[in-house]
Design a protein around this ligand. Sequence first.
Ligand code: ATP
Ligand code: MG
Length: 435
Amino acid sequence: MNTSKRTYIKDAFSKKTNSEVELFGWVHDVRDLSKIRFLILRDISGRIQTISIKGDSVPEVFELVGKIPRESVVRLKGELKDSKQAPGGKEVIIKDLEVIAVAEHPLPIDVSDHSKTELPKRLDYRFLDLHRERTQAIFKVQSTIVQAYRDFMIKEGAFECLFPSIIGASSEGGTNLFKMKYFEKEAYLSQSCQLYKQMLACSMEKVFAVFPVWRAEKHNTVRHLNEARQFDFEMAFADDKIVMDVLGRCVQYIVHAIVQNHKKELEMFEIELKVPHIKYLTFEEVKEMMKKYKIHIGKDDLSPESEKKLGELFPDTIVFVHDWPLSGKPFYIMPSEKKDKNGEQLSNGFDAIYKGMEISSGGQRIHIPDLLIERLKIKKLNPKDFKDYIDSFRYGAPFHSGWGLGVERLTMLIMGLNNIREAVLFPRDRDRLTP
Ligand code: ATP
Ligand code: MG
């Protein structure tokens, strides 16, 4: 089928009245007023009202408009007219209509604008749910998030790196790994590119990745997935303060790009998005703050309630919580020289909280082999499993720092979604492996 003369719907609105247009798209809605039939046509760029009038139009076209099931795919030729009643001030008088693909009916889920179909059912039919402009809006924004991240990193002088996803040993310790058979051996799906990005920063200096991670966590929450994607960053000759600054500017850059490019999508979700401020607090300061509100915060980790409170206290702000207790951070985080007032050993690790939730963890890493071995043992991990990683710091390894930022988590928070599954095209959670 020749589509060379296709006009995207968005562009039709700026064409001259009476001009001929050839449109391709989905039948969004049909309204039958006996003598006039309206067909609302939709493509990825927008919607337009098209009409067929009994007597004035080709009889077959008038008949066909009344019969096409919603969400069917059509090719439509017609004449553009000004119309006060039509949304956008223009409509198309249909001259020729061809059905390319009929949608079976009834549709298994409601894909209208005010659909009441619940999320699990929508996810069962995600391919059809993606016909909705509201669903598309989330992934249009997510595309910009990824693009803006790459843009920002390239401007920072970082190199995009491609890391392996099949690994021989756990990268962070813990039991939340998916095991797999790898010929005669056992292997795992990567839970993070942590070790690789560190090894790379020790030669390429500034590196970044968009990396899928798999975590066999059994919990079923609205903010965790078993397959997620992360923005990873690692930088040599940098301490935690330097990479917190990079992270803050990175999120500001991403949000700015969304504000610039997605007015329509933000309006659809009734979101007033502002480029965030930056705030720095020590873990101890947050602890004190939460006491005032009688909010429990763990000995060495923030509770979800305390993250929520930080979001309320500091709206439109990325809150960096640094000088984090060492015991609450993974083995590779650099211990600091500081202790808190109870003598608790602190670290150069941090978390970033935005809109009431953790979006990122990071910090300075240990680049000294003996210290790394000591920390591994304390965390009850076997240094033998980390031989290559430890050895990589034996031949001239600079101090370095970095972070990982959850892509779906960030999308969810920016779009004000209640469930992270809304922010993944095809979510993988405890119960869901299809579609
Ligand atoms: P949380 O405390 O929220 O469970 P985490 O500390 O286990 O997260 P990190 O290993 O620090 O997570 O990962 C870095 C970022 O990746 C997190 O800040 C979050 O934005 C995102 N992330 C982590 N785990 C998941 C998950 N299971 N699903 C979706 N995003 C995740
Ligand atoms: Mg974390």
